[in-house]
Design a protein around this ligand. Structure first.
Ligand SMILES: [Zn+2]
Length: 149
């Protein structure tokens, strides 16, 4: 096993303790993994605003990837997910009450807003019989309903 000296902590470590860096002659970083991760942490702490922007941009850019990852996580962690949902609802009581109120209002108004549902493209006109089964949070995404509530 070959070794290399880290130029930050000056310790001699095995080469698998170093990240790859193709720009270097030996294709290894000058810093050991531990020093690199500490450096990265320090950088993040000293650049909180920059980091927040970077994360925000990453989230925006990776919507599909995130929803795929999240779905996989939820599939594997059903119980945790249920627990988290409960915690969230407890911490956001007012939002839950508001959501319920909106849902009930929409349900109460369903027969009257039928034309808007059709315009919103959520159901076809001949699916009128499904009116009682519509899931309201799906409808809520349509801006058309904002004025009705
Ligand atoms: Zn080091």
């Amino acid at each position: 096993m070959s070794t290399k000296k880290c130029c930050t902590c000056n310790k001699i470590k095995e080469t698998n303790e170093f990240n790859k860096n193709t720009r270097h002659k030996d294709r290894l970083s000058s810093y050991c993994r531990q020093c690199s991760s500490e450096q990265w942490k320090r950088y993040q702490e000293n650049n909180l605003e920059k980091e927040a922007g970077r994360k925000k941009r990453w989230y925006a850019k990776n919507i599909k990837r995130r929803s795929k990852t999240n779905r996989a996580w939820r599939g594997k962690n059903k119980e945790r997910q249920a627990g988290l949902g409960k915690l969230w609802r407890e911490a956001n009581r007012e939002r839950v009450i508001e959501k319920t109120r909106r849902r009930r209002t929409i349900q109460a108004n369903l027969p009257f807003i039928w034309d808007e549902i059709i315009d919103g493209g959520n159901v076809k006109p001949n699916e009128k019989r499904r009116i009682g089964q519509l899931r309201v949070y799906g409808l809520g995404r349509s801006l058309r309903f904002e004025g009705i509530i």
